[in-house]
Structures are given as C-alpha cells and as structure tokens.
Design a protein around this ligand. Structure first.
Ligand code: NAP
Length: 214
C-alpha cells in the first residue's frame, strides 16, 4: 500500500517508520522538507518526502498528523481531488495555544463539536476516521505493555474507511472499539486531555486506554 502522511512531526515520523516496518511505501508531506533529513536517512528505500499535495496524491490512504489548528489549511494545500474517496486516518486534536491548567489541556472546540466533524464537513468526498488521537506516539506502533493489548477508539461515517483503519490497528497491535459515526469524535478527541494529565502532572507518558468488557 502507498501511505501518504500529512505531517512532519513526531507522529508523522513514527507512523511513517511503522508503516515501512510493515512493508508499505511512505511519502511524508511537509512545507519544510529539511525537517525530515534524519528520518529519511534512516527510513530506507520505501521512504520519501514531498509537499502536502504530493503526499496526498501518493497515498492510497492518507494519514493526517498535523497541528490541529493547521489541519484545515494543510488539507486545502493537499487538495480535495487528492483526498476524494480516500480513507483519512485522523490523529489530530483541537488543542488550543493556551497552556494547560493544572495539567489539563485546553481545546478550542466545545463538547458538542469536534475537529473531525469540522474537517469532514469541509471535505465531503473524503472518508475521515479518528484514531490514535488519544495515545502518545511512543506507543502507537506495536506497543509493549507487558502482554496487555490496549484499546483504540475509532469513529467515522464510512464503513470501508473504518475497515482500512481497523486492519492497520490490528497490524500495529491494538484492540478496536468502533464508536460509530463522525459525531463520536466529540467523545474520542477529549480522551487526549485525560491521557496527557499524568504526563503533565507526574511525567508519566507510557500508558494507554483499555476497555474492559464482560
Ligand atoms: N505528539 C503525540 O504523541 C501525539 C499523540 C496523539 C495525537 N497527536 C496529534 O497529532 C498531531 C501531530 O502531532 P505532532 O506532535 O506530530 O506534531 P505537531 O507539532 O502538532 O504538528 C506538526 C505538523 O503540523 C504542521 N503545521 C502547520 N502549521 C503549523 C503551525 N502553525 N505550527 C506548527 N505546526 C504546523 C507542520 O508543518 P510542516 O511539516 O510544514 O512543518 C507539521 O507537519 C497533532 O494534532 C496532535 O494533537 C500527537
């Protein structure tokens, strides 16, 4: 599979290396290719770097891994024709620029909205699926949690796109809980706030959610 990644930060680089480890071809999109010199040096012959537009065009599937406030403009640069009918694996969070309050991140969305709904409403031909927004990058790809499999909550409107994301998550070592349609991002995105609290308060960052079921 060709994977186009929009985002040169730690999430884009981590997922890029993860997809390459599992046999895929990856192109990371950025407006600043020099940020990826080290990643490119180490990532091997299945890795490449381009513009946001080139990465989106390259991808059979597109990973969205940019700062939340930049997501809309990056997708506009990627081009709606390069996103149409594709699965958009959306890792982003609507984190405000204001600092956390006692370890609690601030969002610029309210509880009855979400970043993914806003993006889905602007790019109606693309199939967004929320995933990996509520775990640190260090645990995204085949995490070692002492034999326990963590749970990733996902949501999105398109069943084929969710099936693509489920296949990736299985390969990356996750259990999956499908929370339904795009509106469920209102519940999934704020899990990022909860996930980060032990990090900001106690410098503990190596944990993940698990849904216990009978
Ligand atoms: N860090 C984590 O462990 C983690 C875990 C779960 C979810 N997330 C979410 O995943 C997304 C990516 O996170 P990240 O930590 O990898 O990187 P980030 O610093 O949040 O985002 C970096 C990317 O955003 C782009 N961008 C565009 N305009 C920007 C601006 N004004 N300021 C900063 N960046 C801008 C950058 O573009 P250029 O490439 O052109 O520089 C770069 O590709 C975020 O939405 C974050 O909330 C992060």
């Amino acid at each position: 599979m060709n994977v186009g990644i929009l985002g040169s930060g730690v999430v884009g680089q981590t997922l890029g290396s993860g997809f390459i480890k599992h046999g895929h071809q990856v192109k990371i999109g950025t407006s600043n290719a020099s940020k990826l010199n080290d990643w490119l040096k180490n990532a091997g012959s299945n890795a490449s770097v381009g513009s946001f537009e080139e990465a989106a065009e390259f991808g059979d599937i597109v990973i969205l891994a940019v700062k939340g406030t930049a997501a809309l403009s990056v997708l506009e640069k990627a081009g709606s024709k390069n996103l149409a009918n594709k699965t958009i694996f959306d890792t982003t969070n609507p984190i405000a620029d204001a600092p956390p309050v006692n370890g609690v991140l601030q969002f610029y969305t309210d509880i009855n909205s979400s970043l993914m709904e806003m993006l889905q409403s602007k790019f109606t031909d693309a199939n967004f699926v929320k995933a990996f927004s509520c775990v640190g990058n260090a645990l995204m790809v085949n995490p070692d949690l002492g034999g326990q499999k963590p749970t990733m909550f996902i949501a999105g409107n398109n069943e084929k796109a969710k099936s693509d994301v489920k296949n990736i998550l299985h390969t990356f070592g996750w259990e999956i809980e499908d929370m339904g349609n795009v509106e469920a991002a209102r519940a999934i995105e704020p899990l990022c706030i909860l996930w980060c609290i032990p990090g900001f308060r106690e410098n503990r960052w190596m944990h993940a959610f698990k849904l216990l079921k009978k």
